[in-house]
Design a protein around this ligand. Structure first.
Ligand SMILES: [Zn+2]
Length: 96
């Protein structure tokens, strides 16, 4: 299972990083990056309100997006995950 497949199935694993961008407003920039697929999420937080200003902006790594006819369904992703778990279990058993 690739990082982008895992993130589609389990959602991104965000952690806060220091960003290198400047918001257009007076709000404070909040930058998070996914440590699995490297997608970056940029938000602007109102300094006095704590509210998000507008919608987050996502910056995806190259090749993150699927073409329309190859988007895996939730069932397909869960099947991939199950098969990986099973084959890992078999490997572990052989080693034991
Ligand atoms: Zn991710």
């Amino acid at each position: 299972m690739t990082p982008r497949e895992a993130c589609r199935l389990f959602r991104h694993r965000w952690f806060v990083v220091s960003g290198d961008w400047t918001p257009k407003s007076t709000g404070h920039p909040l930058t998070q990056r996914c440590d699995r697929c490297d997608t970056e999420k940029r938000e602007v937080i109102g300094v006095h309100t704590g509210q998000r200003e507008g919608s987050p902006r996502y910056i995806y790594p190259p090749e993150y997006h699927y073409s329309r006819d190859e988007v895996p369904t939730g069932d397909e992703l869960r099947l991939m995950w199950i098969r990986e778990q099973v084959s890992q279990l078999r490997k572990d058993r052989k080693r034991a």
